[in-house]
Design a protein around this ligand. Structure first.
Ligand code: GAL
Length: 334
C-alpha cells in the first residue's frame, strides 16, 4: 500500500514537471513504446471484393487507432498464396492473426498451423465448423449468422404489396444469383431466402440458379441471360450480395423492367451503392452486413485473446446481427 502511494506521488510529480525532469529522455521513451507495440497480421481472401474492402478498411483503421502495428495482405483468392502469407506472419512472430480464409475447406489445416505456432487467431467472414475450431482454445470466429440474412431477404419479398406474386398466378417465380457456393454465406442465404417464402405457405418456382461469385459483372451477365430467356416470368431476383444485385439492376433496366412494379430485387451487405438504389426505389431492399460492427468485434475478441481469454469448444462463434434495410429505414444507414 505504502509503496503504491509513493509511486502515485512520483507519477504526479513526473506529470507536473515533465518527463525530462525525471530523467526519462525522449529516446528511452521511444524504446518503451516499441517494446509495447503489438503486431497484427491480417489476411484478406481477396482485396477485389466490394464488401471485404469496406470491412478491411474498418479493421485497419481500428487497429491503427489502437496503436497496433498492422500488416494487411491480399490472398488474391488463392488459398496456396494465403497459406504462405500465414506462414510468413508466423515466422515474423506476429502477436495475433486475423484471417478471412480463402477456402472454408482449408480451415482445418489453417487452424492446425496457428495452433502449432500458438498464435491467438480471429477468423472472420468465412465460418468453419465448430468441430474444426474446437482443437484450439485461442481461436474465435467473428461473423454473422448467414441464415438470418437469407430469412430477411425472403421477408423483404413477403412485405411487398403482392408478396412477390406479381402476375397473380399463385406462385413466386425467381432466379437466384449465388455467391461462391463454397462459402457458407452463399449456401445459407440461398436456402433461407426461399425457406422464408415456403414457411409463409407460398409456392415457389426456381427458374434458374447460377453462381456469380459475389461479383458485379457476373451478376449483370447472369441477370441479362435470364431476363432474355425467361422474360416476364421472373418476378424476383435474389442476389446473395449487393454487388451482384447492383450488376443485376443494370440488366433489369436494360431489359425495360421496373423494380417495384414488374420485378423485385434484393441483395445483402448494404453497400453504399445498394443503399442509393434502395433509396431510389431501384432495389426492393437489402440486409446490412455490418462491416464496422464485425471489425470492432474482431478487434475486441483479438484483444481478449491477447489478454489471455480462451474459448470453450462449441462457443467459438461470435455473431453480429444483420439488419433488414427497406426504403422506409434506408436513411438510417446512409
Ligand atoms: C459475404 C458478403 C459478400 C462477400 C463475401 C466474401 O459475407 O456478403 O459480399 O464479401 O462475404 O466472403
Amino acid at each position: 500500500m505504502k509503496m503504491k502511494k509513493m509511486l502515485a506521488i512520483l507519477l504526479a510529480f513526473c506529470m507536473l514537471f515533465g518527463m525530462a525532469a525525471c530523467g526519462n529522455s525522449g529516446e528511452s521513451e521511444g524504446e518503451g513504446e516499441t517494446a509495447e507495440t503489438k503486431t497484427v497480421g491480417v489476411c484478406i481472401y481477396k482485396f477485389d471484393d466490394a464488401f471485404m474492402t469496406t470491412y478491411r478498411n474498418a479493421l485497419e483503421a481500428i487497429l491503427k487507432e489502437k496503436g497496433y502495428e498492422v500488416t494487411v495482405v491480399d490472398g488474391n483468392n488463392d488459398q496456396a498464396k494465403q497459406t504462405e502469407q500465414i506462414n510468413t506472419f508466423i515466422t515474423q512472430g506476429v502477436d495475433a492473426l486475423i484471417i478471412n480464409p480463402v477456402m472454408t475447406s482449408a480451415a482445418a489445416q489453417m487452424i492446425a498451423t496457428v495452433k502449432e505456432a500458438d498464435i491467438p487467431t480471429v477468423l472472420i467472414n468465412r465460418e468453419p465448423t465448430a468441430d474444426e475450431m474446437a482443437v484450439f482454445e485461442k481461436l474465435v470466429y467473428v461473423g454473422c449468422d448467414a441464415a438470418q440474412s437469407g430469412t430477411y431477404q425472403g421477408e423483404l419479398i413477403l412485405e411487398t404489396a403482392n408478396q412477390g406474386d406479381i402476375n397473380g398466378d399463385g406462385k413466386i417465380s425467381y432466379i437466384m444469383i449465388q455467391g461462391d457456393p463454397e462459402n457458407i454465406d452463399a449456401k445459407l442465404r440461398t436456402e433461407y431466402s426461399v425457406k422464408a417464402l415456403t414457411d409463409a405457405g407460398k409456392t415457389v418456382e426456381e427458374l434458374d440458379l447460377q453462381r456469380g461469385d459475389w461479383d458485379r459483372n457476373k451478376g449483370q451477365e447472369i441477370a441479362a441471360n435470364d431476363l432474355a430467356k425467361f422474360g416476364d416470368q421472373i418476378e424476383v431476383v435474389f442476389c446473395n450480395n449487393d454487388d451482384m444485385a447492383v450488376g443485376a439492376l443494370q440488366s433489369i433496366k436494360a431489359a425495360g423492367r421496373v423494380v417495384g412494379e414488374d420485378i423485385y430485387l434484393v441483395g445483402v451487405d448494404a453497400l453504399a451503392a445498394a443503399l442509393d438504389c434502395v433509396a431510389a426505389g431501384e432495389m426492393t431492399g437489402t440486409v446490412l452486413n455490418d462491416a464496422e460492427g464485425q471489425a470492432a468485434k474482431a478487434v475486441e475478441c483479438m484483444e481478449g485473446l491477447l489478454a489471455g481469454d480462451t474459448y470453450a469448444a462449441g462457443e467459438q462463434s461470435v455473431y453480429v446481427d444483420y439488419v433488414k434495410v427497406t426504403p422506409e429505414n434506408v436513411g438510417d444507414f446512409m
